[in-house]
Design a protein around this ligand. Structure first.
Ligand code: FPP
Length: 232
């Protein structure tokens, strides 16, 4: 991209359509998730090379527990396999791995892989890859409010910046843009507080088919949008 100022600092993506991708091919939903991991790797590399500093991917929501036990178990094992097999490449590309969400209910084997991969990649300086796992925007705000009640004596201390410090994303800038694949046009409880001024992009492409070319085209469109943040 010619104008490096126009590259979004923080890109967030709702990766949707793995199940439909598999169904179209007469495959089990799990095949779509496996293919989706390949897209994660392609887009992460592409984003880091384009100059994006934070990439947040919605991998598992607080609502995803409503899926079948088999699918949830499959996803957790897939995440571990993907994370473990990914550390070397992330280090090579200067990408630091981080996770946001309510980790309490996640299985121990997954939490262990998350902790190790975070530690292993902590020196990555090019980009932070932030994976949202058991993430829910409402849950995030509720836990922030609970912590504020415990720590602060007066409501006078509460303001926008202060509340931000109690969110999972406390040290990150708000997402400049949010992309959702697969044709659905909603945020589904993703980054509710942080997305106030995010530019939204929707594409019909299913996540396993989402390419670097399409991602770069969306970054280009972002650079041409006028962001006014409420100003005239
Ligand atoms: C949405 O498709 C996708 C998910 C719930 C899981 C996404 C996770 C990955 C692609 C792997 C993440 C990788 C790492 C490294 C942690 P869907 O099942 O909702 O699709 P559908 O709407 O077509 O049914």
């Amino acid at each position: 991209m010619e104008d490096s100022d126009a590259v979004p600092v923080h890109v967030a993506i709702i990766m949707d359509g793995n199940g439909r991708w598999a169904k179209q091919r007469g495959l089990p939903r799990t095949a779509g998730h496996k293919e989706g991991v390949k897209t994660v790797k392609r887009i992460t590399k592409c984003a880091a090379n384009a100059g994006v500093r934070y990439l947040t991917l919605y991998a598992f929501s607080t609502e995803n527990w409503k899926r079948s036990r088999e699918e949830v178990d499959f996803l957790f094992h897939l995440f571990v396999e993907a994370i473990n097999g990914y550390i070397g490449e992330l280090k090579e590309n200067g990408v630091r791995l981080n996770f946001i969400g309510d980790f309490g209910p996640l299985p121990y084997f997954l939490k262990k892989a998350m902790e190790i991969s975070k530690r292993e990649t902590k020196n990555g300086k090019k980009m932070m890859l932030n994976i949202a796992l058991n993430y829910g925007g409402r849950r995030e705000i509720i836990q922030a409010v609970k912590e504020i009640c415990k720590e602060k004596n007066s409501s006078k201390d509460i303001n926008e910046e202060m509340l931000k410090q109690f969110l999972y994303t406390k040290d990150m800038p708000d997402p400049d843009m949010i992309v959702r694949t697969s044709g659905e046009k909603r945020l589904s409880n993703f980054l509710l507080y942080q997305s106030s001024y995010s530019e939204l992009f929707f594409t019909d492409t299913l996540w396993p088919d989402f390419s670097e070319e399409e991602f770069l085209a969306i970054l280009k469109e972002f650079s041409s949008r006028k962001r006014r943040f409420g100003k005239a």
